[in-house]
Design a binder for this molecule. Structure first.
Ligand code: NAI
Length: 248
């Protein structure tokens, strides 16, 4: 079954990790894919090639989601290239963890700009076309630490909690135009972002997770697929935790 046949999805920060998995999962379900990442490196070109070999239209855009004008210009170009936007997956994100005592202003600003401002930038840029179409699904990548907080991640947790507030507000603001907006709060997902952590820290996390393992990018991508598709046509303004019961 192709849940996204002929739909157009924008996925930010998709060269690797969860974003890449979302792009491939969506393409398997027939979506045409416009993805972004900071630069056109090996991962970027490999993904563009892989998606195009799957029989859908796919194009990568080097774009900084934290930059307002860059986001607007990128979405304008995507609309020229693809004609419409059915789903926006705001996935790009970074961590710069530190205890508050040691956290610099730059670390705070970088994480808020990349994780939270990017969502404002991209959502604002797609709003016009979605309003014109009278349809659209926006999915924002939050985190369980945005729901529950985490010591040493006050900048990241604040950005991810902000995403949930933004998601609820946009769901209420644009619902009457058939535009839905939801958030996903992944728990511990095994990607390059989490590969930076020492093995004993990883084991410590696994012990705290009722399912006793990290999640895979595909398990997050399947939730994004549900939220982007018509299967979730009456679901809006919600945050779905994908975390093996770590956050209940
Ligand atoms: P990752 O670090 O493997 O991939 C993130 C991608 O975003 C990279 O390709 C990076 O180049 C790109 N990116 C960074 N800044 C960007 C910008 N300003 N504009 C465009 N692209 C940018 O990360 P991962 O693990 O795949 O995470 C994806 C999302 O899921 C992030 O928002 C992250 O906060 C969130 N998340 C991840 C969890 C995990 O355990 N891996 C848990 C909870 C949330």
């Amino acid at each position: 079954m192709e849940l996204l046949k002929d739909k157009v999805a924008i996925i930010t920060g998709a060269s690797r990790g969860i974003g890449k998995s979302i792009a491939i999962t969506f393409a398997k379900h027939g979506a045409n894919i416009a993805f972004t990442d900071l630069k056109q490196d090996e991962n970027f070109t490999a993904l563009e090639k892989e998606l195009n070999s799957m029989g859908v239209k796919a194009k990568g855009y080097a774009s900084n989601a934290a930059n307002f004008q860059n986001s607007q210009d990128t979405v304008d170009q995507i609309i020229k290239d693809f004609g419409r936007v059915d789903a926006l997956i705001n996935n790009a994100g970074i961590t710069q963890d530190n205890l508050l005592m040691r956290m610099t202003e730059d670390q705070w600003d970088a994480v808020i700009n990349v994780n939270l401002k990017s969502i404002f930038n991209m959502t604002k840029a797609v709003q016009k076309i979605m309003l014109k179409q009278k349809s659209g699904s926006i999915v924002n990548m939050s985190s369980v630490v945005g729901v529950g907080g985490n010591a040493g991640q006050s900048n990241y947790s604040a950005s991810k909690a902000g995403i949930i507030g933004f998601t609820k507000s946009i769901a209420k603001e644009l619902g009457s135009r058939n535009i839905r907006c939801n958030a996903i709060a992944p728990g511990f997902i095994v990607t390059e972002m989490t590969a930076k952590l020492p093995q004993d820290v990883v084991e410590g996390w696994y012990q705290k997770i009722p399912l006793k393992r990290g999640g895979s990018p595909e398990e997050v991508a399947n939730t994004a697929l549900y939220l982007a598709s018509d299967l979730s046509s009456y679901v809006s303004g919600q945050t779905i935790n994908v975390c093996g019961a770590m956050q209940t």
